[in-house]
Design a protein. Structure first.
Ligand code: DQA
Length: 145
């Protein structure tokens, strides 16, 4: 069974309460559960992780090359700020997908640029919690092809 890690950045632990008009009312625990279910359907073992700490996220990315077959990341606000996260992503030669709940191109100017997206294979944004499911399907496609 292939192993996928889904990494969530800062403030995503507050999903369900946080700016629900933008991010919806689904909690991160619920997203974890639907992601695991989708993984079961596709015969993928999903690990789910959230941290508010940039260094913890970087440390985890360093483990991906040896411990996982692919990575999905919602870097949250670090998307727009973190060259360190981009550099970490660039060290991984496994399939990598960036996701966002919201359409970052349809929001404030500072959200329209993603530093981290140049370190991944593709990006899915704007579909709410469905972005996670679409990314799992896309990653599965990259892994079987
Ligand atoms: C987000 C978009 C980011 O701009 C924001 O900082 C987040 C969430 C999203 O999933 O839509 O925290 O990554």
């Amino acid at each position: 069974m292939k192993k996928i890690i889904i990494i969530n950045g800062p403030n995503l632990n507050l999903l369900g309460n946080r700016e629900t008009d933008i991010y919806g009312s689904t909690t991160l625990d619920e997203i974890e559960q639907i992601s695991i279910n989708k993984g079961n359907e596709l015969n993928l073992k999903i690990s789910f992780f959230q941290s508010n700490s940039e260094s913890e996220i970087i440390e985890l990315i360093h483990k991906v090359q040896n411990d996982y077959d692919g990575l999905i990341i919602n870097p949250a606000a670090y998307t727009h700020t973190s060259v360190a996260l981009l550099d970490a992503l660039k060290t991984i030669s496994k399939p990598k997908i960036e996701i966002h709940l919201s359409n970052i191109y349809n929001r404030e100017e500072f959200r329209k640029s993603s530093i981290t997206s140049t370190g991944v294979d593709g990006m899915i944004c704007g579909f709410g919690s469905l972005s996670y499911i679409l990314a799992i399907e896309a990653l599965n496609g990259l892994l079987v092809n």
